[in-house]
Write a protein that binds this ligand. Structure first.
Ligand code: UDX
Length: 437
């Protein structure tokens, strides 16, 4: 099959590269000429484990190419994926669909022969219909269907997620379009990956409902963590105890500083707006959004309490990205917590393995080249992101470098007993604080 992937952001690039690995011929299109030049030169603009290898291998095999020229890529394609950004519109939280409709118009002008136009971007329910209307108004003669095919890739494990998804969701009622999508995903079909064919509207809502549900799960366990701290329970035991119930499931029950990233914050807000618009308000999602906003401030206050007031204290912060294995800082809890600490008089020395370049633009703190430099001379350390390299700090060395052996671990990556034995005051989430023996 021949695929044109419009937009080489996170979703477009990963999906395009992985479709080419399935044996399809993929042309990735982007308006940003410098990005396309970089990709042609083998430079990947984002940090995603394994992506560079997949891109390089398929470029070499002649199945993957990059261009700024949409008009040359679309006529050849059996399927044109729209994977452009749909950021939160300033002020009202609606998904901004300007790029989406811009792309739809350009695609319309270039269509030749039967083509399936597939929305991969996260778009509010009803957008598929609007894209179809847009294309139809530009090209009344064109032979096409518009389908919805949301992505569920997690940053940091996107390649693995693409190769082994829990399910594929395809929103179309056209049998011709369904056949093209079946062919595109054939390698997964053979692997017995469930493929859910449904209406376009259901498919569009599945994406938002899925993300909102996961965000709810996270905020639920965060609230349980607060209760655990008050009653002397352990949130990890509670999570395991409820997660083993197959109806609940054990994933996404890690308590922490709240959710961030490119999807959950944006998609929960957009779902709220849709719900209001159609007069079916969702009290649950509204509460989740509010709880997540509050959570970050509460975590800053927790740090303040652990340090006996952060004013005049030097604090080592480990991890700034919204999660490990990415350089993405979008809506990272650090963007609220670190400025709060600074405003309250702390001197922050931070280290993030991949996020430094992005974080430097957003956070005015001392950015250190490694964890131990950040720790050196600090009054204590705060773990904000659970990068693997923070799980195995040399605790003896760390203790010597710190002025006080205090660790606030907002990701629960250490065992309290181990930390007490190593001589630390250790404050974590939803578990009792321990002090040195
Ligand atoms: C998410 C969805 O998982 C994915 O299906 C969708 O396509 C895009 O959005 P991503 O944003 O990459 O993926 O990260 P994810 O691993 O889901 O984590 C999101 C946020 O939730 C992170 O800030 C993470 O730290 C937080 N989280 C996740 C928790 O606090 N606890 C958990 O148990 C899981």
């Amino acid at each position: 099959m021949r695929v044109a992937m419009i937009g080489t952001g996170y979703v477009g690039l990963v999906s395009g590269a992985c479709f080419s690995e399935f044996g399809h011929h993929v042309v990735c299109v982007d308006k940003d000429a410098s990005k396309i030049e970089a990709l042609k030169a083998g430079k990947i603009p984002i940090f995603e484990p394994g992506l560079d290898e997949v891109v390089a291998a398929n470029v070499k095999a002649g199945r993957l190419s990059f261009t700024t020229d949409l008009k040359s890529a679309v006529p050849e394609a059996d399927a044109v994926f729209i994977a452009v950004g749909t950021p939160s519109r300033r002020g009202d939280g609606h998904a901004d669909l300007a790029y989406m409709f811009g792309a739809a118009k350009e695609i319309a002008e270039a269509l030749v022969g039967y083509t399936v136009v597939v929305n991969k971007s996260t778009v509010p329910v009803g957008t598929g219909q609007k894209v179809e209307d847009t294309i139809r108004s530009v090209r009344p003669d064109a032979d096409f269907d518009v389908a919805s095919n949301p992505e569920f890739l997690r940053e940091g494990s996107a390649i693995e997620d693409f190769r082994h998804p829990d399910r594929i969701v395809c929103g179309t009622t056209s049998e011709r379009a369904a056949n093209v999508l079946r062919e595109l995903y054939r390698p997964l079909f053979l692997n017995e990956t469930p493929i859910v064919f449904t209406s376009r509207e259901s498919s569009e809502l599945i994406k938002y409902a899925g993300n909102a549900f996961l965000a709810t799960k996270i905020m639920f366990i965060n609230e349980m963590a607060d209760i655990c701290e008050r009653v002397g329970a352990n949130v990890q035991d509670v999570a395991r105890g409820i997660g083993l119930d197959g109806r609940i499931g054990k994933k996404f029950l890690n308590a922490g500083p709240g959710y961030g990233g490119s999807c959950f914050p944006k998609d929960t807000l957009a779902l709220l707006r849709t719900a209001e618009e159609v007069n079916a308000p969702t009290a649950i999602v509204a509460a989740v959004v509010q709880a997540n906003d509050r959570r970050k401030i509460a975590m800053a206050e927790k740090i303040d309490a652990a340090f006996g007031g952060v004013k005049g204290k030097r604090i080592a912060v480990l991890g700034l990205t919204f999660k490990p294995n990415t350089d993405d800082m979008r809506d990272a809890p650090s963007l609220v917590i670190v400025p709060w600490l600074k405003e309250h008089g702390a001197d922050i020395h931070a280290y993030d393995p991949e996020g430094k370049k992005e974080a430097e633009k957003l956070l005015d703190v001392t950015h250190c080249p490694d964890a131990y430099t950040a720790l050196n001379g600090a009054d204590g350390v705060v773990i904000l992101t659970e990068w693997n390299e923070f799980r195995a700090l040399d605790l003896v060395k760390t203790k010597k470098l710190l002025k006080r052996p205090l660790m606030v671990d907002l990701r629960n990556i250490y065992r309290p007993q181990l930390m007490a034995d190593a001589g630390y005051t250790y404050v974590s989430v939803g578990r009792a604080t321990v002090k040195p023996k």
